[in-house]
Design a protein around this ligand. Structure first.
Ligand SMILES: Nc1ncnc2c1ncn2[C@@H]1O[C@H](COP(=O)(O)OP(=O)(O)O)[C@@H](O)[C@H]1O
Ligand SMILES: [Mg+2]
Length: 336
């Protein structure tokens, strides 16, 4: 079990707002609060799951941690150092320790490069290996992720989705990073392949002492993978706790909704078990509706809580935080 005091990553009050042009000629602009004041930490060696519907700000969070995006505000400490205060040279050096695995391995791999070169690229940038050393490093990485030497001289399009994700993983572990942000690494894969990739990630975590931030849109993927889970909704973390507590005693109505949304294979059980409808950022028509849904979900967690307030006008998000963040819940759940 990782030492609870040993935080490898600490994120404080992270915000990322995008400016969206509106109107026929883009004369008006509006701020889209993709990530709105979130704080969390990750202990060395553990996996923090981040779950939430599409559009709730998970990738933006991951990209901000990786500094692929500059946050609007907030602090990110990695291994005790404030990323925003590092020079670009120091940042490049630190980046070695942080890698990312993407949802769509195809678009993240250069289609014109052979697998050998894709995996060798970070090694060439950061080390001065001889050709012989480089080859042995690359083949060793390929073996670690379950690829054979014969596959080294092929192009990404010659591989299946699962194999392409293995190439992405080999590249991500090439520089022996300390932390890997996995952004929905199995969402695009066939169900039968998903478990293989998750098992591979788990094995690598053990063998290489890796810390993971594991982003997923559904709870099943994080259930078998995470030590703690943060649930995101509309740019905010609405609940964060240990995996066991989250699954045994979910507190936030949205988490309850996510749990209820897990597909049930048995059709007779499925029929009896009506689930609340969960809305992503694009579907939420008004905060009022969200508040109404939250109250209904608490009162009747097993009923369908489709809101009667669909056409009500948009109200400020503040109302939502008043209703859905009773202060004691926030303290109990967010400070673990
Ligand atoms: N570069 C961008 N410009 C404008 N809006 C963006 C940009 N990137 C993401 N968004 C918006 O921010 C919100 C969160 O997106 P994202 O972090 O990708 O969500 P998730 O990964 O949870 O699906 C979405 O509404 C998305 O449309
Ligand atoms: Mg995403």
């Amino acid at each position: 079990m990782p030492n609870a005091e040993d935080k490898i990553l600490e994120v404080n009050n992270l915000k990322k707002y995008f400016t969206i042009k509106k109107g026929l000629f883009g004369q008006k602009s509006e701020q889209l609060k993709a990530v709105d004041d979130i704080s969390f930490f990750v202990n060395r060696g553990e996996t923090l799951g981040i779950v939430g519907e599409s559009g709730c700000g998970k990738s933006t969070t991951g990209n901000a941690i990786m500094r692929l995006l500059t946050p609007t505000s907030g602090e990110i400490f990695f291994d005790g150092e404030d990323f925003s205060k590092l020079s670009s040279k120091a940042l490049r050096e630190k980046r070695k320790d942080m890698q990312m695995i993407f949802q769509d391995p195809f678009s993240s791999l250069n289609p014109r490069m052979k697998v050998f070169d894709i995996i060798a690229e970070p090694l060439r940038t950061h080390h001065s290996y001889s050709a012989k050393q480089l080859k042995s490093e690359v083949l060793d990485l390929m073996e670690k992720v379950g690829l054979s030497e014969a596959q080294a001289y092929r192009f990404p399009h010659e591989f299946s989705g699962g194999q392409r994700q293995r190439i992405g993983i080999a590249r991500a572990i090439a520089l022996k990073p300390k932390i890997i942000v996995c952004d929905e690494p199995v969402s695009a894969l066939d169900v039968s392949i998903q478990a293989q990739i998750l098992n591979l990630l788990k094995k690598l975590q053990k063998d290489m002492d890796l810390t993971f931030v594991f982003i997923a849109h559904g709870l099943p993927a994080v259930k078998h993978f995470s030590d703690r889970v943060a649930v995101m909704y509309l740019g905010k973390i609405v609940e964060m706790t240990t995996k066991k507590q989250l699954f045994d005693q979910p507190m936030h109505p949205y988490t309850i909704g996510l749990l209820e949304a897990v597909p049930i294979a048995d059709p007779t059980r499925r029929k009896k078990h009506e689930r609340p409808e969960i809305k992503g950022i694009s579907q939420v028509q008004s905060t009022f509706q969200l508040v109404a849904d939250s109250i209904l979900a608490v009162l009747w967690p097993r009923r369908n809580v489709k809101s009667r307030f669909q056409n009500l006008k948009k109200k400020k998000l503040g109302i939502m935080s008043l209703v859905t963040f009773p202060s004691e819940t926030k303290t109990r759940r967010l400070i673990i």
